[in-house]
Design a protein around this ligand. Structure first.
Ligand code: NAD
Ligand code: 6OD
Length: 486
């Protein structure tokens, strides 16, 4: 059985307490690896290594050298593209076709883009008059924040982990990553790439384990961690924010969503169906930016529901290596139980099940997997459970609306505010509606189209802070003002 160890100070090490857990393939429920579970010892060692590395060659390295090393990391991921692909798909069950286009290329791009950002972005300078007439200039210096804890989820493991590690290292910090217990493999592989690229020991560390009473909590509570960057559920974010309050440490929180799509009668229906099919069902609905509430103008409601149904029923649920498969299983049996409980609840609360609602009939060797059907509901009241709570599965509710004002009010009727999509060919309406929807990103006639220079993050319960482009530099550095009296 393959063994996955921690990566501390440039070396793969097992847990001192001998504790391990199983890494399960969600397509069939079979174990694919044994993972070491980190305790306080491993977290202490990783934090000490990260602190020491700040004082080593890494701390005094000039930005050009750092940028070159990060380019080598990106090249290293690309050089081992197929290994990363296989590992990511085994941990998550997602189709190769998806991971090949999104997860792995973005894993590499996250290093290149932030290397370029730190190299090309200047800081501000102001000149000011003084009473004696000589004047003064103020300029800003950026310094790394220090030791950063990165806590990441399982849905896009490499993409979301490197989205934090890339800018953190570009800014000269050192990191300790606690990847999700469901998906440890690509983070471990990245350790090998870091060594091959020549990243100094202790700059990138990985401790595996769980959240509460395990590596996640020990790391976020560790007094020598300077800042915490987290992606995951809103409830976990709340616990991490409490941990960060001790010692007044900075946090960046990218949390859950209950994202709306608003489809106007003047949309291009083909584009709206194609985009909504992706936003609801891609990655088996496990994308924080995915759509779970669809609002459609009444005059096209029936046609839209029928066409989205056909599109959902045309999806092929299958194993990662199947070229025709466009939907894998959920990440785990535990998550399958959660999603199926929402399917049951929707029916109990009176939903019309347009399609799906259960478990697909899979071949015998896949029956132990975490499969669920793509599912669409209509007819629920606005306070129904599946309309209020994040499900994180391949499902949505579709509701009609009559006016633009009503559509905006419905879209904003949630405690979350991460992402939204608006489908209209009317450019004035697109600008008007985008400005009024309370979410960190509004896509018009698209979904998950990403420019990494733009601000990314959530409003309301979907998070605190923005990352992306210069916004990442704001989080991963301390800005110091120097005022020179002339
Ligand atoms: P999760 O919150 O359960 O776990 C995320 C990570 O936090 C894991 O590594 C876990 O071990 C760790 N953790 C759990 N409890 C902890 C604690 N008390 N202290 C420290 N660490 C702890 O999330 P998940 O189930 O892995 O991911 C799905 C969730 O993530 C969904 O809610 C989804 O919307 C959200 N998400 C948000 C974004 C975004 O950009 N806003 C992106 C992806 C996923
Ligand atoms: O594209 C990104 O940078 C990003 N953070 C995506 C988040 C997806 C959530 O599942």
């Amino acid at each position: 059985m393959k063994e996955i160890k921690h990566f501390i100070n440039g070396e793969f090490v097992g847990s001192s307490n001998g504790k391990t857990f199983e890494n399960i393939n969600p397509i069939n429920g079979k174990q694919i690896a044994t993972v070491h579970e980190g305790g306080m010892d491993e977290v202490n060692q990783a934090v000490s290594s990260a602190r020491a590395a700040l004082q080593s060659e890494w701390g005094s390295m000039d930005v050009n050298e750092r940028v070159n090393l990060l380019y080598k990391v990106a090249d290293g991921i690309n050089a081992r593209f197929d290994e990363f692909l296989e590992a990511e798909c085994a941990d998550t069950g997602k189709p190769y076709s998806l991971a090949r286009h999104i997860d792995i290329p973005r894993g590499a791009a996250n290093f290149k883009v932030f290397a370029d950002t730190i190299k090309n972005e200047g800081t501000e300078l102001f000149t000011m008059p003084t009473p004696d007439g000589t004047g003064a200039i103020n300029y800003a210096l950026r310094a790394p924040k220090g030791v950063i804890a990165v806590i990441s989820p399982w849905n896009l493991p490499l993409l979301l982990m490197t989205w934090k590690v890339g800018p953190a290292l570009a800014c000269g910090n050192t990191v300790i990553v606690k990847p999700s217990e469901e998906t440890p493999t690509t983070t471990a592989l990245l350790g090998e790439v870091m060594n091959d690229a020549g990243i100094p020991k202790g700059v990138f560390n990985v401790v595996h384990g769980f959240g509460p009473d395990s590596a996640g909590a020990y790391l976020t509570q560790h007094a020598d961690v300077d800042a915490i960057t987290f992606t995951g559920e809103t409830l976990t974010g709340t616990a991490i924010m409490q941990a960060a309050a001790v010692g007044v440490r900075d946090i960046s929180l990218e949390l859950g969503g209950k994202n709306p799509a608003v489809v106007f009668a003047d949309c291009d229906m083909d584009k709206a169906i194609e985009g909504t099919t992706r936003s609801v069902f891609a990655n088996c609905g496990q994308v924080c930016l995915g759509t779970e509430r669809v609002f459609v103008e009444r005059s096209i409601f029936d046609e839209f529901v029928e066409r989205l149904k056909q599109s959902a029923e045309g999806l092929k649920v299958g194993v990662p290596e199947d070229k025709d498969s466009n939907m894998g299983p959920l990440v785990s049996k535990t998550h399958q139980e959660k999603v199926l409980s929402y399917y049951k609840n929707a029916a109990e609360e009176g939903a019309t099940v347009v399609t799906g609602g259960g478990v697909p009939d899979m071949p015998e060797d896949l029956k132990g997997g975490a499969w669920v059907e793509p599912t669409i509901w209509t007819g629920l009241a606005d306070d129904a459970t599946v309309i209020r709570e994040e499900i994180f599965g391949p499902c949505c509710h579709i509701r009609p609306f009559d006016t633009e004002e009503e559509a905006i009010q419905l879209a904003n009727d949630t405690e979350y505010g991460l992402a939204s999509s608006v489908w209209t060919e009317n450019i004035s309406r697109a600008h008007r509606v985008a400005a009024q929807i309370d979410s960190g990103i509004v896509w018009v006639n698209s979904w998950f189209l990403r420019d990494l220079r733009t601000p990314f993050g959530g409003m309301k319960g979907s998070g605190i802070g923005r990352e992306g482009g210069v916004h990442s530099l704001e989080f991963y550095t301390e800005l110091k003002n120097v005022c020179i009296k002339l």
